[in-house]
Write a protein that binds this ligand. Structure first.
Ligand SMILES: Cc1cc2nc3c(=O)[nH]c(=O)nc-3n(C[C@H](O)[C@H](O)[C@H](O)COP(=O)(O)OP(=O)(O)OC[C@H]3O[C@@H](n4cnc5c(N)ncnc54)[C@H](O)[C@@H]3O)c2cc1C
Length: 503
């Protein structure tokens, strides 16, 4: 059988958090999209728990944030313990975001909420459908699909998003490198109930000379347990049982607690790898297919979601002829430096926390209180964890975009309060048009020829001069009142003016 997407369309491969976000964004933007996953059912396991502030900022305005907030448990700090006492804490409530906490929610729930939003936008995940072949032509991609019943179909898509996970069959089929290493440590994971003095509004990390243990509160007395596996068993070993997990807990944690009702457990080894390109012709890679790293800091799933929020608006604007094709190259130039830094950061944190070298352990436990006692360290570390500090300011898409105060083109625009000319106080993100750029301006307008690409919001306070904001909430360009040249030059580089687009 041969099928095609309503042309031109995008085929999303994989319905984990990355693929679901891609399909949700593309369908919201009016792109014809199909999303397939070879697994017949969604995974019921909790896996990635942490939903970071930046992800919440982006998902709230896309209709999913409120549900996530209702379902998840909020933690306002990470507390480190060692040598039988509390050492120091990282305070998320210092983050300059409405979401100044880490939200803990089972990945299966996050996926369910994304899939529900996708369904309200008219797209259903096609399950039990596997990509078994892919061929790129000059103007499209032919993708071979096979269902669990053995039916075959060839789909023609303008672009493919490979969100097919860490073992990405598409990445392998295209022979693309996945550079990095397997780290030597093995971990034990489990979701368990716990009674004792472990706080339910914080992440608790217990450091020991022979590894570490962390417990993350999921609400209602349930905790994610994660610890260095002292037996160093690989993924093939049997799943740890409650007795083994209690033993690990008692060995490291100074707070007495009784663990019960273990409802999921696993062992795993960390890989720390990323692709060196996120695009191969008409195929884009994101999420675990493009980068895998230690779960330290709960960054992975969030990075995948943000990959897709970066890519989707660019694809939509190129597909409907409003942007030049080379805008698509900026997905990689924006995201790859952020990914590379993330992989490095999580690798360093993992090495530090797992050190079995007594000197390194002594240094860590002595230095942690001193370092985390400094506000400058907190102010640097906490926004990084919340993924608020990631910036695209050195990427080509930010070039020539100028700045406003300390905010430079490519930086995240904080969701601050602005006053409209009607005198209303509004959240800046509520004024954004998520399908095109938004010009927030105290004076002046968008260039006439770009009114199909730029929505205009007149504001009287909260913005100096004008700010041009991308649909993903990053600053495209900014300038003083009357400086339209910066805006027009920046737009000319990436977008197709209305007169040219309509001929
Ligand atoms: C046991 C475990 C524990 C974890 N714990 C944490 C944690 O504590 N913190 C953290 O941040 N992260 C954790 N992770 C990682 C986290 O789950 C991933 O970062 C996240 O799932 C990545 O999302 P994704 O959508 O990119 O890929 P995935 O969720 O892997 O989704 C890829 C999808 O593609 C589908 N697929 C693959 N090949 C094909 C094909 N050929 N055709 C069609 N479909 C295909 C798969 O069925 C799968 O559903 C954990 C992972 C595991 C396995």
């Amino acid at each position: 059988m041969t099928g095609s997407l309503e042309s031109p369309g995008v085929l999303v491969v994989g319905a984990g958090p990355t693929g679901l976000t891609a399909a949700m964004e593309l369908s919201r933007l009016g792109v014809a999209v199909r999303i397939v996953d070879r697994a017949p059912e969604p995974s019921p396991t909790s896996r990635a728990l942490g939903v970071q502030a930046r992800t919440l900022e982006l998902l709230r305005v896309r209709g999913v944030g409120d549900e996530l907030l209702r379902a998840g448990n909020r933690a306002s700090a990470t507390t480190l313990y060692a040598r039988g006492r509390r050492l120091a804490a990282l305070h998320f409530d210092r983050m300059a975001s409405d979401f100044n906490f880490i939200l803990l929610l089972a990945q299966s729930e996050t996926e369910r909420l994304l899939a529900e939003q996708l369904a309200t936008q008219g797209v259903k995940v096609e399950r039990g459908v596997e990509v078994v072949g892919l061929q790129q032509g000059p103007g499209d991609v032919q993708v071979r699909l096979r269902t669990t019943h053995g039916d075959q179909e060839t789909v023609t898509a303008a672009y493919v998003i490979a969100a097919d996970g860490a073992h990405s069959p598409i990445r392998k089929a295209l022979g693309l490198p996945f550079e990095g290493r397997s780290m030597t440590h093995n971990y034990v994971l489990g979701d368990v109930h716990l009674v004792g003095g472990v706080p339910e509004d914080q992440l608790s990390i217990f450091l020991a000379p022979n590894g570490f243990l962390a417990v993350f509160p999921m609400g209602d007395g349930r905790f994610r347990f994660m610890a260095t596996d002292p037996d160093g068993l690989a993924g093939e070993a049997p799943e740890p049982d409650l007795t083994a997990i209690q033993r690990l807990y008692d060995r490291v944690a100074p707070i007495r607690a009784e663990l019960y009702e273990l409802n999921w457990s696993s062992r795993f080894r960390i890989n720390s790898r990323h692709m060196t390109t996120l695009r191969s012709g008409r195929v884009f890679f994101g999420g675990d297919a493009a980068h895998v790293h230690s779960p330290a800091g709960g960054q992975g799933m969030n990075a995948g979601i943000q990959d897709m929020i970066n890519l989707a608006w660019k694809l939509a604007m190129v597909l409907d002829g409003r942007a030049h094709e080379h805008l698509l190259d900026t997905y990689e130039t924006d995201r790859l430096p952020v990914i590379t830094q993330l992989v490095r950061m999580t690798e360093r944190a993992t090495t530090l926390f797992n050190s079995t070298n007594p000197v390194a352990h002594a240094a860590l436990t002595a230095l942690a209180p001193r370092l985390l006692g400094r506000s400058a360290v907190q102010d640097k570390a906490v926004p990084r964890l919340g993924q608020l500090a990631a910036t695209y300011r050195n990427a080509p898409l930010a070039a020539g975009g100028g700045r406003t105060g300390s905010l430079r083109a490519g930086d995240r625009v904080p969701d601050s309060e602005v006053t409209t000319v009607a005198g209303e106080h509004r959240r800046l993100y509520d004024l954004l048009d998520l399908s095109r750029l938004t010009l927030l301006t105290a004076t002046g307008d968008a260039p006439e020829q770009y009114l199909n690409i730029v929505a205009v919001q007149h504001v009287s306070a909260g913005v100096d001069g004008w700010w041009l904001v991308r649909p993903d909430g990053y600053l495209a360009a900014a300038g003083r009142a009357g400086d339209q040249r910066t805006m027009t030059r920046w737009l000319d580089r990436w977008f197709i003016p209305r007169s040219a687009a309509t001929g």
